[in-house]
Write a protein that binds this ligand. Structure first.
Ligand code: CUO
Length: 636
C-alpha cells in the first residue's frame, strides 16, 4: 500500500533525533549490513564531519547516491536505519538530508531544522550545560527555559557583529543551501542537472558579503578587507561551541595564527591555484582536463568559474585548478592544529552550519568574490538597450511601515530554540534556549509605474538596497555600490496601460524563507502541506541591515524589466518545489527562473560616478532611512 506524505514524514523524523548522542559502540559490532553500504564508515564516529574536506565529501556522496537510488521508500528507510548505526554522525545527517531533498517519493516531506538536530552547532556549550543542570532540578514534565550566553565582549571590535554572525537563521540557511547544491552532485549519475549551480555559488555568497558589509557600516565598522594574502595572520575567534559528538570544543583561534600546510593540502598549492585561476580570467579561457581551451564567455563563464573556484564535482579541471575555496575553509579551520598533533576539533570554518560565525568567513568569501569580480570586469558594461524597458517608467517608489514612510525600524527580538530533540534530557518536558536576534518592522513597497503602451505588459520587479555612505562618511560611488547591493525582492507583475500602483509586502520577499518548521510542528502535522520547503532561504528577520540609532540612509533601488524576455519557463515544472527563496536558492532541480545574470544589473561595472546619472526611466533610487531602536522589543 502506498505510504502518504504525512506517514513518511513521521517515519523520517526519528532518524534526525538524538544524532549527536549516537554511540561508537555499535560501530564495532559485527552486524549483517546491506551490501550497498559496504565501504562506508571510513570517517570514524566522533570525528567532526567537514562539508569542505575532499575525503569527507566523497564518502558523503557515496552514501547519498546509494540513498537516492534505493528503489522503494521502505528500502530507503531501511538503508537509513542501517547507516545510522555506523556512519559518522555529521556525514550521516548530511547524506540523509540530501537524499530526502532529492528523492521523488519524498516530495513534500520537510526536513527538520538543523538547529534542532545539532543544537550544539548553534548554542554555546555553557548554555547547554546550564540547561542540563536546570533540567535535572525540575520535574520531568515541566518545560525548562535557559537564556543563551554571549560569546565575547567589546575588547574585540568584531564582537559588535556577533549578533549577526552567530544568528541561528543565517547559519541554518547556509547549511540548507549546501544541501540543495551539494559540491559533489553528479548529474550524470543522478540524472538531474543543477541549473547554474556554479553561478549561484558565486551569487549567494556574494550577497552574504554585501549584507555583512552593510551590517558593518551600520555598526560603525569599516567594510571588511578581503583575505587575499595567504600568509597574513588571521584574526582570533572563539565560538564557545563544543561538539557533543566527541565532547571537544570547536577550536578557538588566537589572534595572529597563520595558515599552515596540512597533510592533504599546502598553502603553496593554494597560491598556485589562485594564480592559475586569475590567469584564466585574464586570458578569457580555462583549460579542461584534455588540455582544450574553454572560453569564459558571457553566457556561461561565471558558471564555469563558480564550479571551478568552489570547487564542485562540476569543475572543469580539478587537477590543474585545484579546490581553492573548499580547502581554504579547511586550512583556516585547522590553522591552530594543522598537522593534528593536538588531536583537537577543527574550528567552525569547517562546517557549513557554523562557518558564518567566524569573521574570517566573510573575508575569505570577499577574496573569493574578488576573483569573480575580476572576471566580471572583463565583460562589457550593460548598454541602454540591455538595461532599459521602453515605454515603462517608474514615477515614484515609497516604503511604508505601520507608522512611517521611507523609514524602517529595526530592533532586537527574543526567540526560543528547542534543544531537546537533538539532545536527550531524559524528560518529557521540552528544554528551550532563548536568544535575541535582530528583526525589523514589516513594510510595504508602493511602486507607481506608467505603461505608455496600449497593451498590458509583463514586468519583473527587481529591488535592491545599499548604504549611501562609506565608513568615512563619503558618498559611495556607483561602481562601488554594486558590491554592496543587497537583493530584497524579485517578482513578476502585470502593467495595464496607464498608471499602475504595485504594492508588495516585505514578507513576500524572494530571498527569504516563509515558514519556520520545527520538530514539534512537523511531529504534530496531521495534514499534508502543499508547498514543499527546503528550509533554504535568508531569514526574514535579517532581510534588512540594522541601521543606526539616529537613522542610516540607504538607496532603495527598483528596476522593472521585460518579464517575457527574462523569464525562463521550465517545461518539467512541478508546482510548489521549494519556491520559497528563489533568488538565493533557485527552484530545486528546475531551471533558474531568470535569464539575466544573477545580481543583474549590478554584476557589471558602472562607468557613471553617481548612481542617479546611470538610471534609466525604468529604474529608480529612493533614499530611505533605517533606524535601530534599542528600546523596542516587539512581540508580534
Ligand atoms: Cu558556503 Cu564557503 O561555501 O561557505
Amino acid at each position: 500500500m502506498a505510504v502518504n506524505v504525512e506517514e513518511k514524514q513521521q517515519r523520517l523524523l526519528p532518524l534526525f533525533q538524538y544524532v549527536p548522542l549516537l554511540t561508537k559502540e555499535k560501530f564495532s559490532l559485527k552486524v549483517e549490513r546491506d551490501e550497498r553500504l559496504e565501504g562506508l564508515g571510513i570517517l570514524g564516529r566522533g570525528v567532526l564531519f567537514s562539508y569542505f574536506h575532499r575525503d569527507h565529501l566523497e564518502e558523503a556522496r557515496h552514501l547519498f547516491e546509494i540513498l537516492i537510488s534505493a528503489p522503494t521508500f521502505d528500502e530507503f528507510m531501511d538503508l537509513c536505519h542501517q547507516a545510522r548505526d555506523f556512519v559518522n554522525e555529521g556525514l550521516y545527517i548530511y547524506a540523509v538530508a540530501v537524499a530526502i531533498l532529492h528523492r521523488s517519493d519524498c516530495r513534500h516531506v520537510t526536513l527538520p531544522p538543523v538547529q534542532e538536530i545539532f543544537p550544539e552547532k548553534f548554542v554555546p556549550i555553557e548554555t547547554l550545560l546550564k540547561a542540563y543542570k536546570l533540567a535535572a532540578m525540575h520535574d520531568d514534565k515541566e518545560e525548562v527555559i535557559v537564556k543563551s550566553e554571549k560569546t565575547g565582549n567589546i575588547l574585540d571590535p568584531e564582537y559588535n557583529l556577533a549578533y549577526y554572525r552567530e544568528d541561528i537563521g543565517i547559519n541554518a540557511h547556509h547549511w540548507h543551501w549546501h544541501l540543495v547544491y551539494p559540491a559533489t552532485w553528479r548529474a550524470e549519475v543522478l540524472g538531474r542537472r543543477k541549473d547554474r549551480k556554479g553561478e549561484l555559488f558565486y551569487y549567494m555568497h556574494q550577497q552574504m558579503c554585501a549584507r555583512y558589509d552593510s551590517e558593518r557600516l551600520s555598526n560603525g565598522l569599516p567594510r571588511m578587507i578581503p583575505f587575499h594574502n595567504f600568509h597574513d595572520p588571521l584574526e582570533g575567534y572563539s565560538s564557545h561551541l563544543a561538539s557533543v559528538v566527541n565532547g571537544q570544543p570547536y577550536a578557538s583561534r588566537p589572534e595572529g595564527v597563520v595558515m599552515q600546510d596540512m597533510r592533504e593540502v599546502s598553502v603553496q598549492e593554494m597560491e598556485r591555484w589562485r594564480e592559475r585561476i586569475l590567469d584564466a580570467i585574464h586570458l578569457g579561457s580555462v583549460i579542461d582536463k584534455h588540455g582544450k581551451e574553454v572560453s569564459l564567455d558571457e553566457d556561461h563563464g561565471i558558471d564555469v568559474l563558480g564550479n571551478l573556484v568552489e570547487s564542485s564535482y562540476d569543475t572543469i579541471n580539478d587537477d590543474y585548478y585545484g579546490s581553492l575555496h573548499n580547502w581554504g575553509h579547511v586550512l583556516m579551520a585547522r590553522a591552530q592544529d594543522h598537522d593534528g598533533r593536538y588531536q583537537t576539533n577543527p574550528g567552525v570554518m569547517s562546517d557549513t552550519a557554523t562557518s558564518l560565525r567566524d569573521p574570517i568567513f566573510y573575508r575569505w568569501h570577499r577574496f573569493i568574490d574578488d576573483m569573480f569580480q575580476e572576471y566580471k570586469k572583463t565583460l562589457p558594461n550593460y548598454n541602454k538597450q540591455q538595461l532599459g524597458f521602453v515605454g515603462v517608467e517608474i514615477q515614484s517608489v515609497t516604503v511604508k511601515t505601520e507608522k512611517n514612510v521611507n523609514a524602517i525600524q529595526t530592533f532586537f527580538k527574543e526567540d526560543a530554540l528547542v534543544v531537546s530533540h537533538g539532545l536527550n534530557f531524559n524528560r518529557s518536558g521540552a528544554v528551550k534556549v532563548t536568544y535575541e536576534h535582530l528583526d525589523h518592522e514589516q513594510f510595504t513597497y508602493k511602486i507607481k509605474v506608467s505603461n505608455q503602451g496600449t497593451k498590458t505588459r509583463h514586468a519583473y520587479v527587481r529591488i535592491f538596497l545599499a548604504p549611501k555612505f562609506d565608513e568615512l562618511g563619503n558618498e559611495i560611488k556607483a561602481n562601488e555600490l554594486r558590491r554592496l547591493m543587497i537583493e530584497l525582492d524579485k517578482f513578476a507583475t502585470e502593467l495595464e496601460p496607464g498608471i499602475n500602483t504595485i504594492e508588495r509586502s516585505s514578507r513576500d520577499s524572494s530571498v527569504t524563507v516563509d515558514q519556520d518548521y520545527t520538530f514539534h510542528s512537523l511531529l504534530e502535522e496531521t495534514e499534508e502541506h502543499h508547498s514543499e520547503s527546503c528550509n533554504c532561504g535568508w531569514p526574514q528577520h535579517l532581510l534588512i541591515p540594522k541601521g543606526k540609532d539616529k537613522g542610516m540612509p540607504f538607496h532603495l533601488f527598483v528596476m522593472l524589466t521585460d518579464f517575457t524576455q527574462d523569464f525562463v519557463p521550465d517545461h518539467a515544472h512541478r508546482s510548489g518545489t521549494c519556491a520559497d527563496a528563489v533568488s538565493y536558492c533557485g527552484l530545486k532541480d528546475e531551471l533558474y527562473p531568470d535569464k539575466r545574470p544573477m545580481g543583474f544589473p549590478f554584476d557589471r561595472e558602472i562607468e557613471e560616478e553617481d548612481l542617479k546619472d546611470w538610471l534609466l526611466p525604468n529604474m529608480s533610487a529612493t533614499e530611505i532611512s533605517i533606524m535601530f531602536n534599542s528600546q523596542k522589543a516587539l512581540h508580534e
